[in-house]
Design a protein around this ligand. Structure first.
Ligand code: GRF
Length: 181
């Protein structure tokens, strides 16, 4: 298996995959200049940005991104803080081979504001989930999840920091199993 990682932000989950020695061959972002792309550059991994405004629509952007990943030999796609929905045009190129890490215990708190939503709901625990990606918003089958307690005085930032620590352990473990490493 050859791993391609999709990113949008700081890339701490990408870094965890790299540090675990996993065979990451390509990193793609939906935005130019995000810190995660610098991590790829530092690690000597092929990387590219596919901003939406450079393509006619999302499907065209996703096809370009899928073509590039396939050209890099990618067989397993890991969304690591990738903050855009993938279109069927992309998913059809990697059937059952796209996973995502999400900062909540799905199916609770899907979407882009999972940590703040969990805090606002007053739950005693939230967590991290690794799941297969389908065309919905964080709806694909769960592969593994782990709870994280909400502590008194938590802010979205303090809670997210503890969830990130769990994500950075859980994601490399699951990916390792998926690639049979
Ligand atoms: C992670 O918590 C991920 O689950 C979420 O956004 C964060 C991205 O972090 N959707 P990073 O870019 O991997 O540092």
């Amino acid at each position: 298996q050859v791993i391609g990682v999709l990113v949008s932000g700081s890339g701490s989950n990408l870094q965890a995959l790299l540090d675990a020695g996993l065979p990451v061959s390509a990193v793609a972002a939906n935005l130019e200049g995000v810190p995660a792309l610098e991590r790829a550059a530092r690690a000597g991994v092929a990387h590219a940005a596919f901003p939406l405004d450079a393509h006619v629509d999302r499907a065209a952007r996703d096809l370009a991104m899928a073509d590039w990943l396939v050209a890099q030999g990618v067989t397993l796609v890991v969304c690591a803080g990738y903050m855009h929905l993938l279109t069927p045009a992309f998913l059809d190129r990697f059937p059952g081979r796209v996973v995502n890490v999400h900062p909540a215990l799905l199916p609770s708190f899907p979407g882009a504001h999972a940590v703040a939503d969990a805090l606002a709901a007053g739950v005693a625990q939230t967590g991290a989930t690794v799941h297969l990606v389908d065309a919905g918003v964080d709806t694909g089958p769960v592969i593994r999840q782990e709870p994280v307690p909400v502590l008194p005085g938590d802010t979205p930032e303090t809670l997210h920091a503890r969830i990130r620590a769990v994500e950075q352990r859980l994601l490399p473990q699951v990916v390792k199993e998926l690639v049979g490493a």
